[in-house]
Ligand binder design. Structure first.
Ligand SMILES: O=C(CO)COP(=O)(O)O
Length: 247
């Protein structure tokens, strides 16, 4: 039904040389055909990564893009530029972009619609801060972020969207939500999706992200509503990446 998707988010790591070494070490060793394996990398690596993974079962994604196709936006990268180099995915609305680069629910929504229009599958992130969790606002925050991000997404396009639930307090901290807690929020996010298009709620894949590593990936993936993982730190070493996708 929903094919699990495990994506590495390399964030701002690796040179071209390091990225190609990584691919040489992992290609041919992603044996779990039940999982879709993805690497989301910095812009400078994407073309080389795409070429180096041709003919393998590893897909490549970007970590951001602009919502306009072209224009006077110094320093930005357009959706058409990503499409030209055959990107499979683009992460949108990551909490680090919301926190450090003024990404808002509105810009995330524009980017989601544009990615779908040009034919790149968005991985849309949501998640609460520690303060919001402690004041019982987790579900409210995720509902708002997801409803806004998916505004005006058509029924035909919704199944192409991957959602990543990443509680901010669990990112890069070594603190993971318990698998049950993550599953509870993710099944709630599925209800939010059902509120948009009831019949598609069981098709949309929802990942968990936040301190996922080889030692906890199986437990997380064993939950009923969790369809994958978005992994930062632990996706950088090739042996760990293989343990994650072959869990
Ligand atoms: O932000 C994340 C993935 O997008 C999670 O990062 P870590 O796996 O390093 O906690």
């Amino acid at each position: 039904m929903r094919k699990p998707i495990i994506a590495g988010n390399w964030k701002m790591h690796k040179t071209i040389k390091e990225a190609l070494e990584f691919v040489n070490e992992v290609k041919g060793n992603v044996n779990n055909t039940d999982v879709e394996a993805v690497i989301c990398a910095p812009f400078t690596l994407l073309k080389d990564l795409k070429e180096a993974t041709k003919g393998t079962n590893i897909k490549i994604g970007a970590q951001n893009m602009h919502f306009e196709e072209k224009g006077a936006f110094t320093g930005e990268v357009s959706p058409l530029m990503l499409k030209e180099i055959e990107m499979d995915y683009v992460i949108l609305g990551h909490s680090e972009r919301r926190q450090y680069f003024a990404e808002t629910n509105e810009t995330v929504n524009k980017k989601v619609l544009k990615a779908l229009e040009v034919g790149i599958n968005p991985i849309v992130c949501c998640g609460e801060t520690l303060e919001q969790r402690e004041s019982g606002k987790t579900k409210e925050i995720c509902k708002l972020q997801i409803e806004k991000a998916l505004e005006n997404v058509s029924k035909e396009d919704l199944h192409k969207v991957v959602i990543a639930y990443e509680p901010i307090w669990a990112i890069g901290t070594g603190k993971t939500a318990t698998a049950e807690d993550a599953n509870d929020v993710i099944s709630y996010i599925r209800e939010v999706v059902a509120g948009l298009y009831q019949e598609l709620a069981n098709e949309v894949r929802i990942q968990y992200g936040g301190s996922v590593k080889p030692s906890n990936v199986a437990e997380i993936m064993g939950q009923s509503d969790i369809d994958g993982a978005l992994v930062g730190g632990a996706s950088l070493a090739s042996d760990d990446y293989l343990k994650l996708v072959n869990f």
